[in-house]
Design a binder for this molecule. Sequence first.
Ligand code: SAH
Length: 371
Amino acid sequence: MPSHTELAQKLITHIHANGPLTIDDYMAQALGDVEHGYYMKQDPFGVAGDFITAPEVSQVFGEMLGLWAADFALRNQFEKLTLAELGPGRGTLMQDILRVLTKTHATQKLVQATQIHLVETSPILKQKQADTLAEYHSQITWHDTIASLPETPMIIFANEFFDALPIKQFVQTQKGLEERMIDVEQDKFIYCHAPTQAAENFANNAKPPTLAIGDIVEYSPASLSIMKDLSARIASRRGAMIVLDYGYLTPMAGDSFQALYRHEYVHPLNHIGDADLTAHVNFAALSQAAQLAGAKCVGPTTQARFLKNIGIEARFAQLLQSAPAQAQNLTAARQRLLAPELMGHLFKALAVYHTNSAAPAGFHENGQEEL
Ligand code: SAH
């Protein structure tokens, strides 16, 4: 008999009582179960954790995003800057953003007593964010969901947030499109599929045109609903949002559901609650949702191109000059963020903004892609 985590036992009982779980329900529980969910019980980041994100690779990443936001706010004559972040992890990105904004002469006034809104479900990570951002404590409000964000213009950051949101998967079968689900057979988790209302709706509305038998397509209602809501706010109240994540530019078939456990890929139905579960982000769908909500989009483009367009090479060169002892670290960080075979190409950037605003920087098509 396989040895199961406590959460796996709980899911087995649930499946025996209620039938197979959809992939999005499974993901939501594996990541968010109040007691045993992956994000609820640990800090997954860093060398000792399961993965390292861009802000954890180098402070330069957050500094560049801070300058990107400042540029947008100044060109659009913002009098103050309200900042929001979705899934802030350890708070590192926001710390780097705030440091650059409070140090830069042109933006000091904009961020004086700025309000900071952090949307986070994990109590452990909320605590970690409070520690990292201790000096800004009186300015921070935490939110469990986007619903309680204020009705003011905001600059919203979402780095590796959307990949953590639940997806549905649909499988093309002889009988049509069916929903992929998770069942239990002889105490083992297995995939199965069945016709569902969601599969029918997807087939009628959003399915990519050519699917072969056995092809899998993905759809993230949670991501689209967050994108739609925030884009509608931007469309009516101004502000902007930048999304950075691994994902694809055009809708396509493919199974991107993946699990990471201590820096290794494992089967998504193993180590339940102990492995991080993610899926690649469908940037075309996010961009479409933003535009349908009345906002404008620039991108998606690759992370490498976006960061180069906003001047990351100049910042690395400056740091190399002022801190030559750090040369090895800086070169490694630059490589990791920009190299096409590392984060540079797999990661994409997309920005959402108000139709009457000057467009956010970083999305023109000039510049070399290669390192
Ligand atoms: N942005 C950070 C962390 C990325 S990991 C970084 O780049 O380092 C994903 C983050 O999203 C974690 O903080 C996780 O707890 C949070 N998260 C996951 N699902 C969420 C949800 N439904 N609502 C709010 N936060 C969520």
